[in-house]
Design a protein around this ligand. Structure first.
Ligand SMILES: [Zn+2]
Length: 459
């Protein structure tokens, strides 16, 4: 069985994969609630002869395994949606359900391509009887940045040699660097309640502490590295104005390109919180509810991924696809669209500038900044991991938008998903055929983690 035969087989089962992806898209379930989505994946994988393993205490996480012996290759699949991003496949804002959830990050495609790849590789292992194990990882709770962090803590990735990972975006490329490391922290202040008119002197306001902490955090911004991000909301601000709030809570994210910076800034934020508590004579408790790492680069896997992307080549689009993309672009800020066209398309290209086609030139790869966070970053710190993006949205469409939900249910999304499945299959084919690539990726990984080991952000 040659690589082209594996891709041919993938093409034969593509209907089944698309069908699943659309079912998941039509029934968007947010982080922690992905029951039916996870079950849809389980059912298909079981039907194709995969052995299912559950993960203790995580209802919507699972491993589906096929084959035997080494290498053990993990393909990461996600399927959670986002709150408030409900949208039909349309070029105007038109939610299925007002404020309902929607697949605004394309995880219906993310899981779909991972599924397609493992099904194709299953066929390859069956036909060739090669040594090797392929695992589909059903990873819930990505949008809350915690699913894989918990799975790592539970040892779910033990025994894997390599992890393969991709994400829907508006560009076709492999990446070495991605994701900001992150801490998500809740600060709970506790004071003394009192009548705000009658006896304010007897009260100690937890809300004052929250507000003073925010002031401190906003001054802290000037004294952290440029690329750090600090954002917050107030999740409990007390009740009626005539009652001095006994309890108040704020929720912070601290992000930076490297985990060590996040940890340092978090420590300083703790001091700000303690200062606010001292000023207001309240007390403060904090809880790191999740945290994750930036992606650890792996040049060996980057090269292999890029090579497969070029070798396989991206999808082509119909006039309808292009018209749909153009109409969606017209709903966006023209600067966003122009910005991405300039960044990703060659200036002399006569292609229609609605969807990124071909693979981004190698010298431009570093211009792609994925400034969100992902719990996939943590996986890259426990074994070598790659990352590829495919164009599932028109140029200019950002993840976490209604336009992204619309694209994720459209034929543009389906084509991006199919391309990702092809590339993941191609990479796995190469790894099984030439295990020396895995050895090289591991040597690089060991070197990079020699001085910095993974420590779970969770207690
Ligand atoms: Zn995502």
């Amino acid at each position: 069985m040659k690589k082209t035969d594996v891709l041919k087989y993938l093409n034969n089962i593509n209907g089944e994969v698309q069908d699943l992806s659309l079912k998941v898209w039509s029934n968007p379930e947010i982080s922690g609630k992905e029951k039916e989505s996870a079950d849809l994946f389980r059912k298909i994988l079981k039907g194709h002869g995969f052995e299912l393993k559950e993960i203790d205490g995580m209802e919507h996480a699972f491993i589906a395994e096929y084959g035997s012996g080494s290498p053990v290759i993990a393909v990461l699949g996600e399927y959670d949606a986002l709150p408030g991003l409900s949208q039909t496949v349309d070029t105007t804002f038109n939610p299925v359900e007002q404020n309902g959830p929607g697949h605004g990050c394309g995880h219906n495609l993310l899981g779909g391509a991972a599924l397609g790849a493992v099904l194709a590789i299953r066929k390859y292992l069956e036909e060739t009887k090669l040594s090797g194990t392929i695992r589909f990882y059903g990873c819930p709770e990505e949008e809350t940045l915690i699913g894989k962090v918990k799975m790592i803590k539970k040892g779910a990735f033990d025994g894997c040699d390599i992890a393969l990972n991709w994400h829907p975006m508006s560009v076709n490329t492999a990446l070495e660097n991605a994701f900001l490391a992150n801490n998500s922290i809740k600060f709970r202040f506790n004071g003394i309640s009192s009548h705000a008119g009658q006896s304010p002197e007897a009260g100690r306001s937890a809300l004052d502490a929250v507000e003073l902490m925010n002031v401190g955090a906003n001054y802290l911004r000037e004294h952290v590295i440029d690329k750090a991000r600090i954002h917050y909301t107030i999740t409990n601000a007390g009740g009626a104005p005539n009652i001095i709030p006994k309890e108040a809570e704020s929720w912070y994210f601290v992000r930076a390109p490297q985990r060590k910076d996040v940890e340092e800034i978090t420590e300083r934020l703790f001091k700000v919180a303690k200062g606010a508590a001292m000023m207001t004579e309240t007390t403060v408790d904090y809880e790191v509810i999740s945290g994750c790492y930036e992606m650890l680069p792996n040049k060996v896997l980057f090269d292999l991924t890029y090579k497969n992307m070029v070798e396989i080549g991206g999808p082509s689009y119909t006039e309808n696809d292009l018209a749909f993309a153009k109409a969606l672009q017209e709903t966006l800020d023209p600067n966003m669209v122009e910005g991405e066209i300039k960044k990703y398309m060659s200036p002399d290209s006569d292609e229609k500038k609605y969807i990124h086609q071909g693979v981004l030139e190698k010298e431009k790869v570093n211009s792609v900044v994925v400034a969100g966070s992902s719990d996939s970053g943590d996986v890259s710190w426990i074994m070598p991991m790659n990352l590829l993006l495919t164009a599932c949205f028109p140029l200019g469409v950002a993840n976490h938008s209604w336009q992204a939900t619309s694209s994720s249910g459209s034929s543009i999304g389906m084509k991006g998903m199919t391309y990702a499945a092809q590339v993941l299959s191609g990479i796995t084919f190469d790894l099984l055929k030439e295990p020396s690539i895995i050895a090289k990726a591991k040597t690089e990984f060991n070197k990079r983690t020699e001085k910095r080991k993974y420590i779970s952000p969770l207690k």
